[in-house]
Design a protein around this ligand. Structure first.
Ligand code: SF4
Ligand code: SF4
Length: 283
């Protein structure tokens, strides 16, 4: 079994309890307009350039290819062409054994901090068979968590709940229309899987990205607080918008057009959650 990974962070402090190794899976079923990991979205291997130290010589672009839709993409030849080594490949295939060996090599350190491994993305459930194979190898040997947008069929979601120890679950928009507009997919599966998670007894945390004028509105957060409370949840984490989100798009030669005013201050509205008896913590 092999899976496609775009990054591994060795000692992460933000992706679950304790110190964690975070494994970022490539591929996501959503296309959130605020996504700060655009290189995570497509399953295919991509090449990305960093602006730091760029000479502006354009050699990487000369080696780029043009797709049928007219978009330009850096290539393996762009990596070779850059005199400053600023172009890197994004997407490596790992076997279950190779990835688990790497995780287990750090297991005792991670465990000593109360941590473990977190499978993130992209969306790890998009490569469910590979994810399950890893979780089965790691079961009982290191604490395992998944960070998910929840967009998966019910059977896949039940499968991951059986195999992992902890879930970080993102909730974004309660309106199906707005979810389609800003994330390019319906939210029915996401809400249904959240109900399943809350009823399962599996330890989890709800995380809400606060996007100015999109997810941080009184209307959205009131509907979310009511929904979350209905499932018996009394704690959520609020993640204010990362204003650096746009910078990575240029590295992929993609335009960044988020469709909202990035410079508008984020509204925290923790009082809305408090009204429903939910503690909301800004991260
Ligand atoms: S779910 Fe996460 S990784 Fe996927 S598009 Fe949205 S922000 Fe990006
Ligand atoms: S990324 Fe490298 S090849 Fe491309 S313009 Fe900058 S220095 Fe030149």
């Amino acid at each position: 079994m092999t899976g496609r990974i775009f990054s591994i962070e060795e000692f992460a402090t933000f992706d679950g309890p304790g110190i964690r190794m975070t494994v970022f899976f490539k591929g996501c079923p959503l296309r959130c307009s605020w996504c700060h990991n655009p290189e995570s979205q497509q399953m295919g291997v991509e090449y990305v350039r960093s602006p730091n130290g760029c000479l502006g010589c354009g050699r990487c672009l000369q080696a780029a290819k043009t797709a049928e839709d007219g978009t330009k993409h850096l290539t393996a030849a762009s990596v070779e062409a850059c005199p400053r080594f600023l172009v890197r490949r994004c997407g490596e295939d790992y076997s279950t054994d190779a990835l688990c060996d790497r995780i287990l090599a750090n297991a005792s350190i991670l465990t000593s901090t109360g941590g473990g491994v977190t499978f993130s993305g992209g969306e790890p459930l998009l490569q469910a068979a590979f994810l399950f194979s890893c979780l089965e190898v790691l079961r009982g040997r290191v604490h395992t968590a998944i960070q998910t947008c929840g967009y998966a069929d019910a059977e896949t979601f039940a499968g991951v709940l059986e195999r992992c120890d902890y879930v970080l679950y993102d909730l974004k928009l309660m309106s199906p229309d707005q979810h389609r507009e800003f994330c390019h997919a319906d939210n029915a599966k996401i809400l249904q899987n959240y109900r399943t998670l809350a009823a399962s007894g599996k330890p989890f945390v709800t995380r809400v990205p606060l996007i100015p004028g999109v997810t941080d509105t009184v209307e959205n957060l009131t509907a979310m607080a009511a929904f979350v409370r209905e499932q018996g949840v009394d704690y959520v984490e609020l993640l204010p918008y990362n204003r650096m989100a746009g910078s990575k798009y240029a590295g992929l030669l993609r335009p960044f057009a988020p469709g909202f005013d990035e410079n508008r201050p984020v509204e925290l509205h923790t009082g809305i959650f408090e009204k429903y008896g939910i503690r909301a913590k800004k991260m």
